[in-house]
Design a protein around this ligand. Structure first.
Ligand code: SAH
Length: 240
């Protein structure tokens, strides 16, 4: 008789204990301290190298990079490497995003064109530094997803278009800055035409191992300002 009365109590206690254990486990897997990971990324991957521009550092500290990455790959969101975003494409390593953004020296009044929206992360970082960002993505599903993520996060000054960026976006040209995040074999002529005189362009050039070039448009052509060896996905859908 005594046993019969004690067992239910014991069973109830077990139930309560396992339920609270389940709640604790769920909390541990669901809630990661993304802000802490982002702070570490900025300190160890950007400040510890040569990223000195405060506006760039602040932007990268505030944009939630993990939100631009599909859940299956989110664990590596703040790692020192590129991360897959689906459709065979990747979001660039944080340092490369910072290097290109710093090299472009974006001002608050600038209108910026990006070729290769991908996840929309680079566009989000730019949107905090520029007046307006125009970004083109050749894979329609990626363009749709980036547009939705940017809208969710409140980036109202970014315009996403699905299309072939090789031809630029003539309706909104000229641009103060152009950033290309997929690698063509040579600088697309339409992009040079759509860059203001004195404007800057960051673009990886080549097949396989590429050279990231920072170019300035002059009245007579282009000056190369800086380079870095890089590996971006190839630019597809060439202008014909
Ligand atoms: N800037 C992106 C990463 C770019 S990955 C980010 O922050 O996530 C390069 C992207 O360029 C890919 O999504 C690829 O589909 C796109 N791309 C390749 N060729 C293109 C072209 N001709 N026009 C527009 N986008 C292109």
């Amino acid at each position: 008789m005594i046993l019969c009365r004690e067992w239910p109590t014991f069973a109830a206690l077990l139930l309560v204990a396992s339920a609270s254990l389940a709640v604790t486990c769920a909390a541990q897997t669901d809630v990661r301290d993304w802000q802490a990971e982002r702070t570490r990324m900025v300190n160890e991957q950007l400040k510890a190298r040569d990223i000195r521009n405060d506006r760039v550092l602040e932007a990268m500290l505030s944009v939630p990079r993990h939100r631009f990455i599909p859940e299956s790959a989110r664990g590596g969101a703040y790692g020192d490497f590129p991360v897959p975003i689906g459709y065979g494409q990747t979001i660039s390593q944080p340092y490369i995003v910072a290097f290109m953004t710093q090299a472009l020296d974006v001002g608050p009044g600038d209108r910026v064109l990006e070729i290769g929206t991908g996840s929309g992360y680079q566009a989000a970082v730019l949107s905090l530094l520029a007046r307006e960002v125009f970004t083109i993505e050749i894979i329609e599903s990626l363009a749709d997803r980036a547009r939705a993520t940017l809208k969710d996060l409140g980036h109202q000054n970014v315009h996403v278009r699905a299309g072939n960026g090789y031809l630029g976006w003539p309706e909104y040209a000229p641009f103060d800055r152009i950033i290309v995040t997929a690698a063509p074999e040579a600088v697309p002529p339409a992009l040079v035409e759509q860059l203001k005189i004195g404007g800057l362009m960051a673009i990886p050039i080549g097949v396989g191992d590429q050279e990231l070039r920072i170019l300035r448009r002059t009245p007579v052509g282009l000056d190369t300002i800086a380079t870095l060896p890089v590996r971006f996905v190839p630019m597809t859908g060439k202008g014909s």
